[in-house]
Design a protein around this ligand. Structure first.
Ligand code: ADP
Length: 266
């Protein structure tokens, strides 16, 4: 706001230049603020488990020293906290890697059907732990898309893991892929039948560290970074994410990829 006032008062003389400066400055400030918020959030998220570990070390040195049952219990909690920190650091590294190379190398073509099948197979074990069955409706023929297979694997892993973690109560997950015709977008949907997401939260769930219900998300081993990584990767692919949900009836996450024109298929 201040930047705007200063500029406005000088606009008389050299309009173009000042307007340009103003734009630059406010964008730079916005980015600075985002970065500061991000560092504050990340530090807080790392501090919390660290404080808990430090507390248990003290307890193990003192009151719990000669109590094997309490000791085992505290060691387990400390183990969980270190895992939580490791997950967070992995996610932070993923985000920073994505930011360091903002443009995707012109990648090859991949068959999204096979990619999704691979992720489903890799997630079955986790689904089993949540008591969830993964059903899939995938075409027999390949659907080519342009992209990086490792990054896109991460996208579908995150969506399927979320469906297990948050939608697990629904007992099943449906994964489908379709392209109506070769000139239309390719859609891959991961749908669960859990509690869903209230409308007011939907626009915010791809924000970094945003969680609808902090208690549940924490219990569910969340970092709050999963969907922001998904969004980042999809933007690099000219793809986008849409979310539909009716609270109580589950959530559907659809990834929309641009078509690879038949002439460009290889
Ligand atoms: P997290 O690491 O917490 O899972 P995400 O960025 O992947 O972070 O998701 C952000 C939040 O969106 C989650 O904490 C959860 O509240 C909500 N969410 C994501 N997927 C689902 C889903 N399938 N059903 C209900 N809520 C979901």
């Amino acid at each position: 706001e201040r930047a705007y006032r200063v500029v406005a008062s000088r606009i008389g003389n050299e309009t173009g230049l000042f307007v340009l400066l103003f734009k630059d400055q406010s964008e730079a400030r916005r980015i600075d603020r985002m970065r500061a918020d991000f560092i504050a959030n990340a530090s807080h998220e790392l501090r919390t488990p660290l404080a808990s570990i430090a507390g248990f070390i003290e307890t193990l040195r003192g009151p719990a020293r000669d109590d094997p049952v309490a000791r085992e219990n505290f060691l387990q909690i400390m183990h969980n906290q270190t895992q939580r920190m490791a997950r967070l650091i992995d996610d932070l590294l993923s985000l920073s890697r994505l930011e360091m190379k903002p443009y995707l190398k012109p990648g090859g073509q991949i068959d999204v059907v096979r990619l999704v099948e691979g992720v489903i197979e890799a997630t079955r074990h986790l689904a089993g732990e949540y008591g969830v069955v993964i059903e899939s409706t995938l075409p027999d023929a390949p659907i080519p898309i342009a992209g990086n297979p490792d990054e896109l694997t991460q996208v579908f892993e995150n969506l399927l893991e979320n469906a297990c973690k948050y939608g697990g109560a629904g007992g099943r997950i449906q994964v489908s892929a379709e392209q109506k015709n070769p000139l239309e977008e390719v859609r891959v949907t991961v749908r669960d039948f859990g509690p869903g997401i209230a409308e007011e939260h939907i626009p915010r769930i791809t924000e970094r560290f945003y969680r609808v219900d902090v208690e549940t998300s924490r219990a569910q081993k969340g970092t709050g970074l999963g969907l922001s990584i998904v969004k980042h990767i999809l933007t690099r692919h000219d793809a986008r994410l849409s979310v539909r949900s009716k609270p109580g009836e589950g959530a559907a996450f659809t990834v929309h990829f641009p078509p690879v024109p038949p002439a460009a298929r290889g």
